[in-house]
Design a protein around this ligand. Structure first.
Ligand SMILES: O=C(O)CCC(=O)C(=O)O
Ligand SMILES: [Fe+2]
Length: 357
């Protein structure tokens, strides 16, 4: 099954970052210890493993759907290419985005399917997709998206309580009454690559629910200049906080820099697939700290730089601007790359700029 190969183990001689293992079933039962583990992970690294999430079967079907689709002839896929205008939904061809300040081309292709199109299926909200996507909507994509939404909404409700926000305050920024940027993604990296797959970035949205089987994902822990692999843990998803949630929380929740490199060691000989579900706010939601609604967030804002508290940008503008700046056709020099990083709110970009003597 694509992306599921266990033919080569993750090597034990590469530097990894351990992640906290959180049990979704215990979270659903309001287990205080488990909530404390989640909170620690979300406020320190912003990444954790999630077990017992109940989406395992749908994830396997998504790996199949992704492989079928990304195996279609390029001329067919190109009919659905996302283009250079900052649109996220559709197909992203290899070599269309930059992976660093020098403008190095990426070597991955991916397919993004909008949550709104899945919920309104068979009627499109944003766009149409290749035939292999339509054929798998009912059995794979709709159940995967609905279950992933449920997982992320459960996590959001916990963060809402931990941040002392009124009940439903985060949920209403993500209600399905208005279009949003939430999407499912399948990424394919060809075998035997040496260059970066997806360059250093923080996720644009609220929460990411990620499934990969081969290594390659790396994180740069806050306060360090080091890239460390996150080892896939069988049967577990990898979850992480995105910029929007970090901003809503006044920086209490951490969105960390990460990237995708070729799988390490003997795993590099294999094609790599990953499946992700990104929860993002409604399009018109302004990305700013929810300080009027929580003394905890207000306290954090008092210590944060002003740009981290109010970006002055709606979620739709934020996502579109960053995607646009990643596209090589829009590159005007190194600053275009740094501008793709959402640098204004947390200074991520400062951490990977070459040190000036
Ligand atoms: O493929 C992976 O493991 C991570 C992908 C990722 O970070 C992203 O698509 O934002
Ligand atoms: Fe990411």
């Amino acid at each position: 099954m694509p992306g599921l190969t266990t033919a080569a183990p993750f090597p034990d001689d590469v530097p990894t970052h351990p992640l906290c293992v959180v049990d979704y079933r215990l979270l659903k039962h309001n287990d205080r210890n488990e909530i404390a583990k989640l909170w620690k992970a979300a406020t320190e690294l912003g990444f954790w493993y999630l077990g017992n999430h109940g989406v395992e079967r749908e994830v396997d079907l998504m790996f199949d759907m992704g492989a079928e689709t990304l195996d279609l002839p390029l001329h067919e896929l190109m009919k659905y290419e996302q283009g250079d205008s900052g649109n996220s939904f559709g197909y992203k061809a290899r070599g269309t985005i930059q992976t660093d300040a020098s403008g190095t081309r990426d070597n991955v292709e991916f397919l993004n399917i909008a949550q709104d199109d899945v919920l309104s299926w068979p009627f499109p909200t944003h766009r149409m997709y290749p035939s292999t996507v339509n054929a798998r909507m009912s059995d794979a994509i709709v159940p995967f998206v609905r279950k992933s939404m449920e997982v992320n909404n459960t996590l959001l409700a916990i963060f809402e309580r931990q941040l002392d926000l009124p009940s439903g305050e985060l949920a209403k920024l993500h209600s399905t009454e208005e279009p949003c940027g939430s999407e499912a993604r399948c990424i394919k990296t060809p075998p035997s690559q040496s260059a970066t797959g997806v360059g250093a970035h923080t996720d644009f949205g609220t929460l990411t629910f990620l499934h990969n089987r081969l290594g390659g994902l790396q994180v740069m822990p806050p306060g360090t200049p080091k890239w460390l692999y996150i080892k896939p843990l069988p049967g577990h998803a990898i979850c992480n906080i995105g910029d929007a949630l970090s901003i809503f929380s006044g920086g209490i929740l951490q969105s960390s820099l990460h990237r995708v490199m070729p799988p390490p060691g003997a795993q590099s000989r294999f094609e790599r697939y990953s499946i992700a579900f990104f929860t993002r706010p409604r399009d018109s939601v302004v990305l700013r700290a929810l300080k009027e609604h929580s003394h905890v967030v207000a306290g954090a804002c008092a210590r944060a730089p002003p740009r981290a508290v109010d970006t002055g940008s709606t979620s739709a503008e934020w996502i579109s601007r960053r995607i646009k700046k990643l596209r090589l056709n829009n590159r005007k020099g190194p600053e275009t790359w740094y501008a793709s990083m959402g640098t204004e709110h947390n200074g991520s970009e400062r951490r990977i700029r070459p040190t000036v003597a």
